[in-house]
Write a protein that binds this ligand. Structure first.
Ligand SMILES: Cc1cc2nc3c(=O)[nH]c(=O)nc-3n(C[C@H](O)[C@H](O)[C@H](O)COP(=O)(O)OP(=O)(O)OC[C@H]3O[C@@H](n4cnc5c(N)ncnc54)[C@H](O)[C@@H]3O)c2cc1C
Ligand code: FES
Length: 294
């Protein structure tokens, strides 16, 4: 469901609104700011880093939150584009983005020194990790971005499983190693790390770990990866936090372009907004399309 194509009708969905709990964190700290671009770096393979000077947003970010960016010079585009925060300090924040379409390709023209409109920080962010659990991060492609901010702020060190199609899709491994995390890399073509899917490496690790190691999962990537991680959380009776990547319109809970079916206490299913109630949901909560009989 996407309003980008212009066919989305919000009105029939408005009755859902009163079911949504407000996201206190977002409501307290969200700002619309003019951010100065400090750096724009091309990593190759369509991956880029943008660093902004935007203290009012950067200083409030918690890992897993995102910003909504208005792409300059994008003709006819009214919608912003959402990007997870990759790094943040009191003054600056960075995003790691992949060029996939019109908006992200136009972002390639953004130059250091120019001013870009940003709304954020948005979304709920990851919860604090359980102090008695072992943090297990699972990333696909640019999914490493919010997980890096999470790892950099976690007192405990854990393990990152990162996967992609090829070597060019594997980002930030050194940055995680510098934090003291263990990293396992997989690529579908075997160009770096072990050949196969990231869940193959994860399964090998899960079956070889000692019984005293109780994993808590944090994942970001395409839906297939998130569902596979969620399946392992559920079969292991554990806990896992999955960052959903949905097409967005407003980014602040008003247009309902980003809704997702979520199980709530008592087993009933409600629609929630990924932009405002998420993007992070616990694995047991998510109703994937393949499980959806309604
Ligand atoms: C909470 C959140 C955090 C995100 N964080 C990052 C990030 O850190 N780095 C990054 O590179 N991207 C991130 N994305 C995805 C990013 O927002 C989209 O890739 C971007 O909006 C595409 O814009 P476009 O105009 O280039 O693509 P379009 O021209 O609109 O679409 C091009 C192609 O990308 C697909 N697409 C568009 N939006 C999405 C989306 N949200 N998810 C999956 N596929 C999409 C379209 O179906 C189409 O196939 C995030 C998305 C969300 C919801
Ligand atoms: S993008 Fe508008 S409600 Fe989520």
């Amino acid at each position: 469901m996407c309003i980008v194509g212009g066919g989305f009708q919000a009105a029939p969905f408005l009755f859902w609104i009163d079911r949504f709990a407000p996201n206190q964190h977002t409501e307290r700290s969200m700002k619309s700011e003019a951010a100065t671009v400090l750096e724009h770096r091309d990593f190759g393979g369509g991956y880029n880093l943008l660093v902004f000077d935007v203290p009012a947003v950067a200083s409030e970010v918690v890992p897993g939150q995102f910003i909504h960016l208005r792409v300059p010079r994008l003709e006819g585009a009214v919608l912003r584009r959402p990007f997870s925060v990759f790094k943040a300090d009191a003054q600056t924040l960075s995003v790691l983005y992949k060029q996939v379409g019109r908006g992200t390709r136009a972002m390639g023209e953004i130059a250091a020194g120019e001013s870009v409109s940003i709304v954020g920080p948005l979304g709920n962010g990851f919860p604090q990790a359980d102090a008695s659990a072992f943090p297990v991060l699972v990333a696909g492609g640019y999914g490493v971005a919010p997980l890096y901010l999470l790892a950099s702020r976690m007192p405990a060190k854990g393990i990152l499983f990162v996967g992609g199609r090829s070597e060019i899709d594997i980002l930030c491994v050194d940055a995680f190693l510098e934090l003291g995390w263990e990293v396992q890399v997989t690529t579908e073509d075997g160009s770096i790390g072990s050949k196969g899917l990231v869940t193959g490496a994860l399964d090998r690790w899960l079956s070889s770990r000692g019984p005293e190691v109780r994993p808590e999962f944090f994942a970001c990537g395409p839906d297939g990866l998130l569902k596979a991680v969620g399946d392992r959380v559920i079969s292991g009776n554990g806990q896992g936090w999955l960052s959903l990547d949905k097409h967005m319109g407003c980014g602040v809970g008003a247009c309902l372009a980003c809704v997702q079916k979520i199980r709530v206490d008592g087993g009933s299913v409600v629609w929630k907004r990924v932009c405002k109630d998420g993007p992070i949901f616990e694995a047991h909560e998510i109703v994937w399309p393949s499980e959806d009989s309604a």
